[in-house]
Design a protein. Structure first.
Length: 340
């Protein structure tokens, strides 16, 4: 469904993507997991032909992305932010998108009714979008992406900013789409979201793919060991001290103090001796747990998934997020080369 080979993209002289290569199979949920600014939104913008890269090969549904009209009518996109007028109702927005995508009038109203029911907005169908909560807007965004029944669906951080209940509502929608045979490409920086939803995951950092595989395959890269978390402030001095005194463990100070080890009993004994006699310890909690995708990313890159966005990425997509809502839709019918 997707083929990417040696893809590079540069913005203002800085490479945002650096030689990406991967494929996405029919019927799978493929996740792109990485911190804000790693290149996720830039990549999804290229795959949906919103911007063009001049180096590398990219095809979607077997089509060269230079043939924009053919590819765009067969894919659905739930962008990072909802791009519609706040002064239309949910029903009006769906009808507008359906008409722009050429959905026959004879089935459009029925499809709009079905979608509003599926995303839990049936009672809000005649309310203005400006009155919708963030969770409602996220669900409407996914409904817009599938109103024309596409083969391939792109979801750019679909649950960002949602509470746990709203996030799980969106997860159920994604699982339902997969059950219907759809192929989904998902970007996120929530490790539990990627692990619960995705068949395969690419870990991306600074525009490169650090690792790719199933959640189980990725976590297996850390071996049979455990993660020990210490609930106290991490300092460079403390990280250095523990690294020197614990040769059987790898000490990380990003996003809190943690140690990955295949010998947790020995490490725990050392930690108890080290901290119990320390007057500054304060009885902080020590937890032993199984490795997560966050730990894999930290081991591979040396930094946390929750770091702040890089300026190069946020700048490169700024012009896309602030365009009037109707311009991306008009591009379905007018093939223009992006200045990027």
């Amino acid at each position: 469904m997707i083929l990417v080979n040696d893809l590079w993209h540069r913005f203002n002289g800085v490479h945002v993507l650096k030689g990406l290569t991967f494929t996405v199979a029919k019927g799978e949920i493929f996740g792109l997991l990485g911190p804000n600014g790693a290149g996720k939104t830039t990549l999804i913008s290229i795959l949906t032909s919103q911007i063009r890269s001049r180096r590398g090969k990219v095809s979607v549904l077997g089509l060269d992305l230079g043939k924009r009209n053919k590819a765009r009518r067969r894919i659905g996109v739930a962008a990072h932010q909802l791009r519609v007028s706040d002064y239309l109702t949910g029903q009006e927005v769906l009808k507008l998108h359906g008409r722009l995508y050429g959905v026959p009038s004879s089935i459009l109203q029925r499809r709009v009714n079905d979608l509003l029911s599926q995303v839990g907005l049936e009672q809000k169908r005649d309310d203005l979008v400006r009155t919708y909560s963030e969770g409602m807007r996220r669900r409407l965004n996914i409904a817009l992406a599938i109103v024309h029944d596409p083969e391939m669906i792109f979801l750019d951080e679909p649950t960002i900013g949602l509470d746990p209940y709203g996030r799980r509502q969106v997860w159920r929608m994604i699982w339902d789409l997969k059950a219907k045979g759809k192929t989904l490409f998902l970007t996120t920086h929530y490790m539990e979201e990627a692990e619960f939803l995705c068949d395969r995951i690419a870990l991306i950092d600074h525009g490169t793919i650090a690792a790719l595989g199933t959640p189980r395959e990725l976590k297996a890269r850390l071996g049979p060991g455990k993660i020990i978390e210490i609930g106290m402030e991490s300092t460079p001095r403390l990280v250095r001290e523990l690294s020197e005194s614990l040769p059987e463990g790898r000490v990380h100070g990003q996003g809190g103090l943690s140690i990955s080890t295949e010998n947790p009993e020995s490490v725990l004994q050392h930690l108890l001796k080290r901290f119990v006699s320390d007057p500054g310890y304060g009885g902080a909690r020590i937890v032993v747990r199984e490795p997560s995708l966050e730990d894999v990313f930290l081991e591979l890159t040396g930094r946390s998934l929750q770091e702040h966005p890089k300026l190069s990425e946020t700048e490169s997509i700024h012009h896309e997020e602030n365009r009037p809502f109707w311009k991306p839709l008009l591009n379905l019918f007018h093939d223009k080369t992006s200045p990027n």
